[in-house]
Design a protein around this ligand. Structure first.
Ligand SMILES: Cc1cc2nc3c(=O)[nH]c(=O)nc-3n(C[C@H](O)[C@H](O)[C@H](O)COP(=O)(O)OP(=O)(O)OC[C@H]3O[C@@H](n4cnc5c(N)ncnc54)[C@H](O)[C@@H]3O)c2cc1C
Length: 533
């Protein structure tokens, strides 16, 4: 899987059944779905896989207890069933997690408990464990650092947890195994129209500037919060302006040491001061706190947290824990942009009231745009996209084989031969995240040379040779998550990682860029309105 070979394949100028723009959860899901059905597929990602929103999730594979409270039962049921498929198909990257909801008011335990029993019922056989009513002692045994004063008991329920960026890379690799050509660091620069119809695209390798043209029977725009850029370009070619589809909203996460919430169970705050849910989730040896829902007008690649968002998370979590975390305790902070779908009549109401469902639109010239939804439902979204393409007769489906989805039971790369028990995602990063491929990592040079934070030299080589990594950021942000866990440690590892990358790729690993990025993942002086810039 040499990059030069990927680019040579792109240069061949072959016509594909389907071209996907965007290598986040949505685009990768579509590419895998189509390739698994026997279609010829190319996917182009301008930066790295999951470098947009898809590496910045709360890492929950969930039906969404919040949507349950809103009475959106079909949305919850679908997600709960997708949760089961995901945990089965990627057992090395996703597993069940217990969530404890503490009750300080008399009505909270019966109210939330009954709601969560409905959650169990909607999951049916796809359930991960039964909701339990807990007394005060049981809650404190599960969450020893929870504030005990006034605590009456609580409820424990089950959902899933995963490593989002590694799952994205596993999707890319599985799609490639199914015959798709997937290329990261290659931006789509223009759509190609012929006789008023979208007939392909132009793209550019970001390392060399080399340009390519790809012809395709169908082009899917899966560029997350950035979908409107391609939609506008498509509309201009036809002289018909379009309204923007996305109302972006940002969500901030803070990461603190595990001693703030030791153990393997998560804390859920069912109702914050602004009426949302907030989580404290053990993940890869640390605890993730989040998130917020703040409307934004712009679409930066690296959005920054507002000081008020950081303060909000720290103070809300501080109401529940015996020790309140402060800015100094934050090891890393990251911000993701939700691609929320703007309602047809936009009254400018808060983004937290906007639907989390996905939307598929087919433009008059045939550009298929998909956005919204959530990580958990990437597979069913992909099925829906292909149904739209088929109905619009963009895909030349043969009568047998390709009509029906096969991805509900398609193991992702690394799943085969992985240990039978679910991964313990509360443990720091390490070989356990490689599933059945761990022996292959161990066989590479440098398996006995640790670089720090659970990373070995062999893992960097594996990231290049098997996982499409090109830069220090690709390795430390998305192949081994250290930027998201401890930005200072990640910055310290930039040099040694860059040295191995230079040996493996011969290209510039962009070490200095990574150091600057890592600095922006730490909270800065509370006086500024934007953090860490
Ligand atoms: C704070 C937050 C927390 C969340 N938590 C959860 C959770 O716990 N569980 C859950 O199920 N969901 C969660 N979600 C939702 C989930 O993360 C998103 O729905 C999902 O990641 C969106 O994926 P996407 O592929 O549509 O977008 P993205 O991941 O942003 O992918 C779009 C890709 O398109 C690429 N691109 C853009 N322009 C071009 C171009 N011209 N050429 C080529 N490529 C291009 C970008 O680089 C990007 O990689 C969360 C979202 C947020 C913001």
């Amino acid at each position: 899987m040499q990059r030069a070979q990927l680019l040579e394949q792109l240069a061949q100028g072959r016509r594909y059944d389907l071209a996907v723009v965007g290598g986040g959860a949505t685009g990768l899901g579509v590419a895998l779905e189509a390739a698994a059905r026997g279609l010829s597929v190319v996917l182009l990602e301008s930066h790295d896989f999951a470098s947009g929103t898809s590496s910045r999730a709360t890492k929950l594979v969930h039906g969404g207890v919040r949507y349950l409270a809103q009475g959106r039962l079909s949305l919850v049921r679908e997600a709960l069933h997708e949760r089961a498929h995901l945990l089965r198909n990627a057992p090395h990257l996703a597993g069940p997690l217990a969530f404890v909801m503490p009750a300080y008011q008399w009505w909270e335990r019966p109210f939330y408990g009954l709601g969560l029993k409905v959650y169990d019922a909607l999951a049916g056989a796809a359930g991960l464990g039964r909701t339990e009513f807990l007394d005060r002692q049981a809650v404190l045994a599960a969450l020893p650092t929870l504030r005990g004063q006034g605590l009456r008991g609580g409820v424990r329920y089950w959902d899933g947890q995963f490593d989002d960026a590694r799952l994205a890379v596993a999707l890319a690799r599985t799609a490639a195994r199914q015959g798709a050509l997937v290329v990261n660091h290659c931006a789509v620069t223009a759509l190609v129209h012929r006789e008023g119809r979208v007939a392909g695209l132009r793209c550019e390798d970001r390392e060399t500037g080399r340009a390519f043209q790809v012809d395709a029977g169908c082009v899917v725009n899966a560029t997350g919060v950035w979908v409107d850029a391609l939609r506008q370009q498509d509309a201009l070619a036809n002289g018909r302006p379009v309204k923007s589809l996305v109302a972006p909203s940002q969500g901030v996460h803070l990461v603190v040491d595990a001693d703030f919430l030791p153990g393997r169970q998560a804390l859920i705050v069912p109702r914050t001061a602004d009426g949302r849910v907030l989580f404290a989730v053990p993940w890869l040896g640390k605890v993730i706190l989040g998130t917020t829902d703040t409307p934004r007008q712009d679409l930066p690649r690296e959005p920054q947290a507002q000081a008020s968002e950081v303060d909000f998370i720290l103070s809300e979590i501080g109401r529940y824990l015996v020790r309140t975390p402060t800015r100094r305790d934050v090891r890393s902070q990251w911000v993701g942009l939700r691609p929320l779908v703007r309602p047809a009549r936009d009254d400018g109401s808060a983004t937290r009231t906007l639907s989390r469902e996905h939307t598929v639109q087919v433009s008059p010239s045939g550009l298929v745009t998909v956005t919204g939804g959530k990580w958990t439902t990437y597979r069913s979204m992909a099925e829906d996209v292909l149904s739209h393409c088929t109905r619009a007769s963009f895909l030349n489906l043969s009568p047998s084989g390709v009509i029906k989805s096969v991805t509900t039971d398609l193991h992702l790369v690394g799943a085969q031969g992985s240990a039978g028990s679910p991964p313990d995602l509360s443990q720091p990063p390490g070989l356990h995240l490689y599933g059945g491929e761990a022996p292959e990592v161990l066989a590479l040079p440098g398996a006995d040379r640790p670089l720090g934070g659970g990373l070995t030299e062999a893992m960097v080589r594996f990231a290049v040779r098997r996982e499409y990594a090109r830069t220090v950021e690709d390795v430390l942000a998305r192949r081994l998550r250290l930027l998201f866990l401890d930005a200072r440690l990640a910055a310290r590892l930039a040099g040694p990682v860059a040295d191995v990358l230079r040996q493996e790729t011969g290209a510039d690993p962009r070490e200095a860029d990574f150091r600057a990025l890592a600095a922006s993942y730490l909270p800065s002086d509370p006086a500024g309105s934007e953090q860490g810039a």
